[in-house]
Design a protein around this ligand. Structure first.
Ligand code: DGJ
Length: 726
């Protein structure tokens, strides 16, 4: 089970891996990146290079002899180490902190040995006086230069060892005074807010303490250099932690100015006691480098996700156009109503019909039913069969909403097993959305969840599960365990979640899954390995979405980002927008429709049918292509534009949006990027029109160096163009 957590995924093609015994320097070389580290004379493992590529015959000098800065700042706090334990006077962020039964909490790791294969490097370290071992694992994807790092601590002492803090890795950046950290923050219905702050002396902490990934911070960051790095140019060091539980990424600048990143389990409330012979593995931290600005960094990240991370990688399946019932019917689902919606959705070219919340147990609102995964007989007198066969008969796949990790106190499950929830004995059980969190770390709970879902999937022709998770943890106790083992919850819950997802996929190989947590609360590289798409936010306002989609795209690929066309005015902010505007905003990701189709007129159906067909003709490009953020919607910008260029460069799709126009606004020329300069591209408009004097066909160079003018006038206007090689 642990393998899913720590083993870096098999890379599509492995970077060159080397070790020079004379200098004791290790190297990994991928496309555009070299990562190197070495063993110094004190047996510590020092970072030597993380950045642009070195020539393969360049010799890196051995790691220098470490030295104290002063009596206050010992060598281990001012040396760029690859993995450093709390011990020997460390004052900076530890990669590992442990406690022995004796009360000793000092650990000093030294290089022991290593194994080098074509897959990567495993380096072993050992404490100076106890049988505590640490394995550092490295591998790199050749095509994207993405480095995977994780660690394992191995207790070979004769007594228990408590791990109080453990990171997958510490990564050191070259010395510099001008770093800026980009990261993502948010809250429910307002996720993916892009933030930037200078890296000053001290620490910047990004974290989740919630038992889930969280929307407050996402486990991704990108670090550029002020004045050098922008969207298109300059160095960017970036990374993301593949973990859907509580996590922490600390970016530090130590007292001598060394910048470093430490990423792993969140030490807040963490304790993991290992018996003799037991090991603890960390999730994987994926780290990359680009010389092409923030845009280059995200394109590498997107390519890596589709070629290594996603189910089906390197050829993950394209996302079908779906219909979802939530905003149309909320909990008031029933056979007749859902069939009526499905019939209408099918006429639009929808490929998958998804029934959301409300179909099971006594689920008429959010006060009851979670945990009872049997069909509500009043709403569905024929079980799900009648609805599913109608949906299938209409030529669509059927998908279903579930929230398997939760229970309402008003449910048969809770009445039978009140002890199955995360709680502290004798303390109140704080509810969120009237629900409690099942303790998935328990094997009986894990088995119940797997069995309920497995039965549903065996009895019904279900192609897709939307897996929701609508609250974060409170009272994180596990009363059935000894007090000193209760905090294992933080690791074992998420491991079991991963295990259930993997096992369901193994038993139902055609099943696809969406990760949703009341919106974008569980999007990370760990869950993305086991799910095919994600729901980025419950906010479906198409204008608000532009900024969120932009933030999202910095870390994750648009080819997993679901986006629905819903009602206008939107329920979130009462903003009214045209159907075309709503479509174009959603077509920047994976298109879905979530409006109540019973409220649509003929014209709406005609527009939607046309745009669904157009979407299918560009979906390969939008979902798999290289994204260029041409005009940012951030910072109150009136305009925005994105361009996606297909992997073959034979097609490009441009979306542009205007918030509002003033009297004599000029229409800017938008210069495209990433095209083949020699190829001739014909331009075609999906929505809106180009300036009358625009050539119908021109070279990639023309579109990139001269550009295209798209007049937009009015408020909430949008246009989309397709360029195809002729
Ligand atoms: C939160 C999700 O984000 C929504 O899309 C919807 O599925 C509701 N939960 C259902 O309760």
């Amino acid at each position: 089970m642990g393998g899913l957590v720590a083993a870096a995924l098999p890379m599509r093609s492995t970077a060159s891996v080397g070790f020079d015994p004379a200098s004791r320097v290790f190297r990994l070389d991928g496309e555009g990146v070299t990562y190197a580290f070495g063993i110094d004379s004190a047996g510590q493992v020092q970072s030597l290079h993380w950045g642009g590529p070195l020539a393969l015959d360049d010799q890196l000098a051995p790691a220098p002899k470490p030295s104290d800065y002063s009596g206050f700042d010992r060598a281990n706090s001012v040396t760029p180490l690859e993995f450093v334990a709390f011990g020997g006077g460390l004052v900076t962020e530890p990669s590992l902190k442990v406690a022995f039964p004796s009360g000793v909490r000092d650990l000093v790791l030294k290089y022991l040995d290593h194994t080098l294969t074509s897959e990567g490097i495993t380096l072993r370290m050992k404490d100076i006086s106890t049988e505590v071992y640490v394995e550092l694992r490295y591998s790199m994807d050749k095509a994207t230069g993405l480095l995977a790092r994780s660690a394992v601590v191995d207790n070979r002492t004769k007594a228990w060892l408590r791990v109080d803090q453990m990171a997958a890795a510490t990564l050191n950046l070259p010395f510099g005074e001008d770093y800026e950290v980009n990261y993502l923050t948010g809250r429910w219905a307002a996720e993916w807010t892009l933030q930037k702050r200078p890296l000053e002396a001290g620490a910047t902490v990004l974290e989740s303490r919630l038992g889930m990934t969280g929307s407050q911070n996402n486990p991704w960051l990108a670090i550029g250099r002020a004045g050098l790095t922008d969207e298109d140019n300059g160095p960017v060091w970036f990374g993301a932690l593949a973990w859907s539980g509580a996590w922490r990424i600390t970016v530090e600048k130590d007292i001598v100015g060394h910048p470093r990143i430490t990423a792993g389990y969140n030490p807040f409330d963490f304790a993991y006691r290992l018996k003799p012979g037991e090991r603890l593995e960390t999730p994987v931290f994926y780290a990359g480098f680009s010389h092409d600005g923030m845009g280059g960094a995200s394109r590498r990240m997107h390519r890596f996700q589709r070629s290594v991370i996603l189910p089906g990688a390197p050829e993950p399946k394209l996302r079908p156009v779906l219909y979802n019932s939530w905003e149309a019917t909320e909990f008031a689902v029933n056979e007749v109503g859902q069939i009526a919606l499905a019939e209408k959705a099918a006429t639009l070219g929808v490929e998958r019909f998804v029934m959301d919340d409300g179909w099971f147990g006594k689920r008429n609102n959010d006060h009851a039913g979670l945990g009872d995964w049997t069909v509500n007989p009043e709403k569905f007198p024929n079980g799900l069969e009648a609805l599913i066969s109608r949906v299938r008969g209409l030529g669509m796949e059927f998908g279903l909403w579930v929230e398997p990790e939760m229970v309402n106190p008003d449910s048969q499950l809770y009445r039978a097993h009140p002890d199955w929830v995360i709680n502290f004995k004798g303390r109140p059980r704080t509810e969120g959305r009237n629900q409690l969190v099942l303790n998935l770390a328990r094997s009986d709970v894990r088995d119940y969840v797997l069995k309920s879902l497995d039965l549903l999937l065996r009895d019904n022709d279900i192609a897709f599960l939307k897996w929701d998770h609508n609250r974060s943890w409170s009272e994180p106790g596990w009363p059935e365990r000894a007090p000193e083992d209760q905090q294992k919850l933080y690791v074992d819950y998420t491991k079991n979640l991963y295990w259930i997802l993997a096992e369901l996929r193994r038993r139902h190989p055609k099943l696809e899954i969406e990760s949703c947590a009341g919106g974008g609360g569980r999007v990370d590289l760990g869950i993305m390995h086991l799910t095919d798409q994600v729901w980025p936010t419950d906010n479906t306002d198409p204008f608000d979405r532009l900024k969120m989609q932009d933030g999202f795209s910095h870390a994750y690929m648009p080819g997993v980002m679901m986006a629905w066309v819903t009602a206008s005015p939107n329920w979130v902010n009462k903003r009214a927008t045209s159907l075309e505007y709503r479509f174009l905003s959603a077509m920047q990701g994976c298109l879905g429709i979530g409006d109540n189709l019973n409220h649509w007129g003929q014209e709406d159906f005609a527009t939607a049918k046309r745009l669904v067909a157009e979407y299918k003709s560009i979906r390969q490009t939008v979902q798999r292509g290289d994204l260029y953020r041409l005009i940012s919607p951030q910072g109150g910008s009136e305009r925005s534009a994105t361009l996606t260029v297909s992997e073959t460069k034979r097609q490009a799709v441009l979306f542009t949006f205007l918030h509002s126009s003033s009297t004599f606004d000029a229409t800017p020329l938008i210069q495209l990027q990433g095209l083949d300069p020699q190829a001739r591209y014909a331009v075609r408009s999906l929505v809106g029109a180009v300036e009358a004097d625009t050539p119908k066909i021109a070279s990639g160079s023309y579109w990139m160096h001269h550009g295209v003018r798209i007049p937009l006038r009015g408020d909430f206007q949008a246009a989309a163009l397709v360029l195809d090689v002729v």
